[in-house]
Design a protein around this ligand. Structure first.
Ligand SMILES: Cc1cc2nc3c(=O)[nH]c(=O)nc-3n(C[C@H](O)[C@H](O)[C@H](O)COP(=O)(O)OP(=O)(O)OC[C@H]3O[C@@H](n4cnc5c(N)ncnc54)[C@H](O)[C@@H]3O)c2cc1C
Length: 397
């Protein structure tokens, strides 16, 4: 073979990461078809109205809510890489709020039930959740405690007169799906004197007397999602709804947060990739000073920077996911992946607005919406600073 043939770069070649098989790619196409035909066309409308609950039922019908959940509880029995495929393809809906609402259900609130739930809990909550008949939300954050999870004040106290019941009092804020949810996976303090050993998780039916869905919170982005302030006053929760071990709730929720962070990192990279792709098209078409703006070195270098950083973020995500799938618990690398992907995605969204010029600032192009939606990634599921602190401490300093 001639040297020029051997050395010719093949930029069109697509390297598939080894965590993905032909089966994953077949599922990817199926999900993509659904997202492009049934979700993306409604993105504008759902920004105004929030997305309808019927999305959960439809996704349940198609088997997309339980891709990696066990078959005996209504899931598809696949591996974790299917969750990545779902997160990547949902990004094509151009509807960040919808992606978040679905991810809270598939990758945040329900994994603790799969991992820790009793058979009865799985039958009552997980199975209808897989079908999209019940919608889940997750309650960690409170008005006075977000990053500092151990600072929560919501209590669950066993009623001495009815030892098979706990009484919950407190409030939760910024709860995604909080208005539509049928149940909440709730972080409480069962023993305020016991430090990290004093937390417990409960599955609480959202129609229980004493729960008030106070306010539909208005926000910068993610408008298609609903975000609630919830109050709990003398809410009686049967002891059989204790999730996992009493007193182990802090460790249980720290485990949950790892999945939430990794899926957030994967979703951020997928959204940023779509932004780059759309902006590249724009840079090829938009002309200034007699040539497409993409032909200016200053613009070309922006793409080179964005693509390089995004590829690094993607590889860190995939490698970390590979380790999770191999049975490791790489908390430091998950923190790094979430931190890096969120920052790079925000940086890319900002550059894409810039490359679009005035059009980037206009609603019509959808770039400003992605810029607003992606900003949440540096705050939700652990702020940049919380993750930096965690990563730094992991080195023993
Ligand atoms: C749209 C949206 C949806 C959400 N959905 C949910 C949900 O479904 N369920 C849920 O439970 N929560 C949810 N959250 C809450 C989210 O996880 C928290 O907002 C986040 O963890 C940060 O907590 P906080 O807002 O209380 O900020 P704070 O903890 O008050 O932090 C304020 C600032 O101080 C910094 N800071 C805090 N501690 C340190 C430190 N040790 N060192 C340096 N800096 C520090 C933070 O990084 C941040 O910059 C959601 C939030 C939003 C905005």
């Amino acid at each position: 073979m001639a040297p020029e043939q051997v050395l010719k770069p093949d930029h069109a070649a697509v390297a598939r990461h080894p965590i993905f098989t032909d089966e994953h790619e077949a599922m990817r196409l199926e999900i993509r078809r659904f997202v492009e035909t049934e979700l993306a066309p409604h993105a504008e409308e759902w920004e105004e109205t929030t997305f309808p609950d019927s999305v959960f039922r439809r996704m349940g019908e198609l088997g997309f809510l339980g891709l990696s959940y066990p078959e005996e509880h209504g899931g598809q029995g696949g591996d974790y890489a299917y969750n990545l495929v779902l997160a990547e393809e949902l990004a094509r809906s151009n509807c960040g709020g919808l992606v978040m609402g679905v991810a809270v259900h598939t990758d945040m609130a329900n994994p603790p039930i799969r991992m820790l739930g009793t058979e009865d809990q799985k039958r009552r909550y997980l199975e209808p959740a897989m079908r999209g008949e019940k919608i889940a939300c997750l309650g960690i954050t409170e008005p006075d405690a977000g990053s500092d999870v151990a600072g929560i004040k919501t209590t669950a106290v066993r009623d001495p007169a009815h030892p098979d019941e706990f009484v919950v009092n407190g409030s939760k804020v910024f709860i995604t799906n909080g208005h539509r949810a049928d149940y909440i996976v709730l972080v409480t303090k069962t023993d305020p004197e016991a430090g990290y050993g004093g937390f417990s998780l409960f599955i609480v039916d959202m129609d229980s007397p004493g729960i008030v869905r106070e306010k539909r919170l208005e926000k910068l982005g993610m408008h298609a999602s609903d975000t609630a302030l919830l109050s709990f006053t003398d809410v009686r929760v049967p002891a059989e709804n204790l999730l996992g071990e009493e007193g182990k709730g802090f460790y249980h929720i720290m485990w949950e947060l790892q999945g939430e962070r990794l899926i957030g990192a994967v979703g951020a990279v997928a959204s940023a990739q779509l932004l780059i792709d759309r902006t590249l098209e724009y840079a090829k078409e938009r002309t200034a000073f007699g040539r497409p703006i993409g032909k200016f070195q200053g613009i070309r270098w922006k793409f080179a920077e964005m693509a390089t950083k995004l590829e690094a973020a993607r590889q860190l995500n995939y490698e970390t996911a590979r380790r999770v799938m191999a049975g490791d618990y790489p908390v430091r690398e998950i923190s790094m992946a979430k931190l890096f992907a969120s920052r790079i995605a925000c940086e890319i969204a900002d550059e894409c607005v810039q490359i679009h010029g005035g059009n980037g600032y206009m609603k019509e192009y959808g770039i400003e919406r992605a810029w607003r939606d992606l900003r949440l990634n540096r705050i939700g599921a652990g702020t940049d600073e919380t993750l930096l602190e965690y990563i730094g401490r992991s080195y023993g300093i």
